[in-house]
Design a protein around this ligand. Structure first.
Ligand code: ZN
Ligand code: ZN
Length: 366
């Protein structure tokens, strides 16, 4: 971790004529400073030379000294953090300026308090998404971590499936999967695992139940590992016996075709709206459009859901080299079954790198 990310952000701030950006969301603070504690704030300075600041409290004196790079002046605030910000700001920048803040996360109460403390000469400027836009483009080190998380999650699933599925509970499979990810070196799961058999699979965000998994059904597993701060995300749907219904088989093949076509279309210059349409058009043409109620995918990084989004409502901004996204169409037949297939893919200079290595052929795990 060095100050390079803060510098890139400072460049953007200059373009928007923001003097200082207040970064308070922990994941954004971590991205910019490397700090993994729960109470830290960054003030990114657009001036030259930049004087970025990092504020935390007494508990994190040692940790912040070890994690936060030289590019930031560290301050330990004894009292109220907002007062600390204002003191730092007025000491370094004087009585007036433009302070950017994240209007998607700063509370109304905090905003009112800042306005009161800063006085009229400081203008508070909404800047939601500034750090998130940087985070959407991963560097090589970040991609290495996501790749490692993905490999680890793949391996944990392989091991978990060795014991079979039929007769176990969804909950038991989810617990084993999470335990195996931890044993393989993950900090934990990147989100609560979904294991959903039969009609339960028709709920896209089903919670694993204590109920026994039956033979000859479809079963969806959606899980991911958290590794060195970075997430993976993958979904596979299996058959728990050879004798699944014709409708189940057709649905699987439809989702697989949609997934493969959309995945193949992922490259720099494509956009989230058109990629979503690649999968959706195929599913709609098969008469199942109403059963694909969510977007095609999302970015993955420090958070399991981040930018860029791949959906009907996504922007038409092109995908960029370094974006890491999921491609996960699904078809859900209420009361009957569900199929979702999800891969994690990196947009690279010469195309794409699919991180998920597990087979997508309809596989029987009984
Ligand atoms: Zn997923
Ligand atoms: Zn996902």
């Amino acid at each position: 971790m060095n100050g390079a990310r803060a510098e890139r952000l400072a460049n953007e701030l200059r373009e928007r004529e923001i003097d200082v950006l207040l970064v308070a969301t922990p994941v954004n603070v971590r991205y910019l400073t490397g700090f993994t504690g729960t109470n830290g704030l960054a003030l990114i300075d657009a001036g030259r030379p930049a004087a970025h600041r990092f504020l935390t409290d007494f508990r994190y004196t040692t940790q912040s000294a070890a994690q936060v790079p030289e590019a930031f002046d560290r301050e330990i605030v004894a009292g109220d953090m907002l007062e600390g910000i204002v003191e730092t700001l007025t000491a370094s920048r004087g009585e007036k300026g433009r302070l950017g803040f994240d209007d998607a996360s700063l509370t109304v109460k905090q905003h009112a308090r800042l306005t009161e403390l800063l006085g009229e000469e400081w203008e508070l400027v909404p800047c939601a998404g500034a750090v998130e836009r940087l985070r959407a483009v991963k560097d090589a080190g970040e991609i290495d971590r996501i790749r490692a998380a993905s490999r680890l999650a793949d391996e944990a699933l392989r091991e978990t499936l060795e014991a079979g599925l039929v007769g176990r509970s969804e909950r038991d499979v989810a617990i084993e999967l999470e335990l195996r990810m931890r044993r393989l070196g993950a900090e934990g799961a990147s989100f609560p695992s979904i294991v959903a058999a039969g009609a339960h699979g028709a709920l896209p965000h089903a919670e694993p139940r204590a109920r026994e998994i039956r033979k000859d059904a479809l079963l969806t597993i959606d899980w991911g590992a958290l590794h060195e701060g970075y997430c993976s995300d993958c979904t596979r749907t299996y058959a728990t016996g050879e004798r699944i219904s014709a409708r189940a088989r057709e649905t699987y093949e439809l989702v697989l075709a949609a997934q493969e076509q959309a995945l193949a279309a992922v490259r720099a210059g494509s956009n989230g709206k058109e990629l979503d349409a690649v999968a959706r058009d195929l599913i709609e043409a098969a008469g199942e459009g109403d059963h694909f109620g969510h977007g095609l995918g999302h970015g993955v990084g420090l958070e399991v859901h981040e930018g860029p989004r791949l959906s009907r409502l996504a922007s038409e901004d092109p995908l960029l080299v370094g974006n890491v996204v999921t491609v996960e169409p699904g078809v859900y037949l209420p009361g009957r079954l569900g199929v979702r297939i999800e891969d994690l893919v990196v947009v690279t200079a010469d195309g794409q790198e699919v991180l998920t290595r597990l087979s997508k052929e309809l596989t029987v795990v009984a």
